[in-house]
Design a protein around this ligand. Sequence first.
Ligand SMILES: [Zn+2]
Length: 336
Amino acid sequence: MSLSSACPLCAGRRHVPLASVDRDRNPLRNVLCQGCGLVFVDPQPTREALDAWYTQNYRLDYKGVLEPKPHHVLRAGRVAIDRLARIRPLLLGAPRVLDVGSGGGEMLYMLTHLAGTRAEGLEPNLGYARHARERLGLPVHVGTIDQLGQMSDTFDLVTIHHVLEHLPHPREAMALLSARLRPGGHLVVEVPNVEATCQAPAHTFHRAHLTTWGIPTLERLGIECGLTPVSAATSPDGGNIDVVFVRDGARPLPADLAPARTAGYADHVAQVFARHTPLRHYASPAVPRRLFSRLARSVDERIACRRASDPRALLDALVAAARGTVAFRGLASSAV
Ligand SMILES: [Zn+2]
């Protein structure tokens, strides 16, 4: 048991070490908070260093590119369609939407052209934001999540996928997101799942992920920021979780209910990690299945990108295929 950094969720200082290296075998200490079950990097990097990295070099370090390549666009477009299908009821009536961490703009493209929403994005990376604006013609603000504090507009729906885990100040970020919702508006948060076992144990921690969440810890954060969780789901491979919150101005949940959400969760997470051994992992039939599906995906992407490599043409083909399916029938889609 160590007693150093305060937990970003519950401010507790009792935590146990889970790992001392990241997935590339570089030093990175991740700890499990005994108070709430949040896993976080200890010590946390400074905010200045992170802002500079995300603005300039993050995508280059992560994917080796300054702008998305055709197969990135195709994959992200397909993921965006799956995400929209899951939140279909929130897309009715042409809502005003903000996508935070909009990346190359694939989610925004689908929100606009497939779901017919009025959508705009916020993205800190200059190359990806430029790609979304210039190649896809999308309204994207360039800036970090802190920029939400300077906005006065409110939205019917705010989406944030795989961003929260990168931020050194998740509580401030959640409060900023909450403040951008109109009363009755919804927030969709997707992050990697702390209980994921689809990856090899040695591949669990990425240096860019400063916190790792489970449904109870994420719900607690939302409640403490004035939001009410309305649904939560785990992806089929268990790798990701998403929670939908509503900003119920008339009947907010009392914040003192929040700690009860994470009661006993630290013990549960500790058990998940203890059971996730290399032997158990590599003996699982899910491992070859996952390898095969990745290989099949890669071949399929290569074929599709050979037919069309322009990002707009790739996304338009996905829109055309998805339009008319059950998930998107009846939504106010605009003409591509
Ligand atoms: Zn904690």
